[in-house]
Design a protein around this ligand. Sequence first.
Ligand code: ADP
Ligand code: ADP
Ligand code: ZN
Length: 215
Amino acid sequence: MRLILLGPPGAGKGTQASGIVEKFHVPHISTGDIFRKNIKEGTELGNKAKEYMDQGLLVPDELVVAIVEDRLQQDDCKNGFLLDGFPRTVKQAEELDKVLVKMNVSLNKVINVDVDKSVLVERAVGRRVCKTCGATFHVKFNPPKEDGVCDKCGKELHQRADDTEETVSKRIQVYLNETQPLINYYKDQEVLATINGQQEINKVFEDIVAALGEK
Ligand code: ADP
Ligand code: ADP
Ligand code: ZN
């Protein structure tokens, strides 16, 4: 299964990704996670990406495309993959198409998680993430059993540096300008499935599974 999760910041892509990779046994490739890991490790890539991420801007296409191209060549992507947060520009989508042609494979579905812009800031600002296992919570909509502690691994939860109201608003604007055009791009390729992301987390997942024809 070769999938893309598309949607604005805070739509629930990462949350749904964890269920999808478990069910379909494909690697979860989140470009945001790759950048955050590099920032944590202080690599050159991390330092470059941080400048953009802190401002809510997109990391330049060349940097992102090279990373994804490299990642998709790895063995664990042979039977499929889930791209989360990539592509985010038409240029990235065109470059991905070239990579897929080279690999002689095609996309099964692009899942567009549709959420009204009005709820995105609250979702992102209340997001809490576990840096150890990657689990995502929300202080109000999906709270951990114990405040500030990861349900899955017991480690401390954190707020992302870019999950402030100001930066999230900027990211939403960037989404509208740069990423939203991908909805039509993939509609034209006849691989788009739009899912209502403003339902219970489990219901969103059910709808995704149904859209993949796996009910
Ligand atoms: P994205 O990866 O698209 O930025 P996340 O999956 O990290 O989004 O979700 C953003 C925040 O919203 C998280 O705190 C998450 O717990 C919460 N969330 C995810 N899905 C839902 C939902 N269906 N209803 C309410 N809150 C949700
Ligand atoms: P969210 O889903 O909440 O927007 P991500 O973790 O996907 O968060 O992305 C965080 C940041 O990482 C983005 O605001 C951007 O700066 C950078 N980033 C992630 N993926 C891409 C991409 N495909 N192209 C450019 N920048 C990216
Ligand atoms: Zn954890």
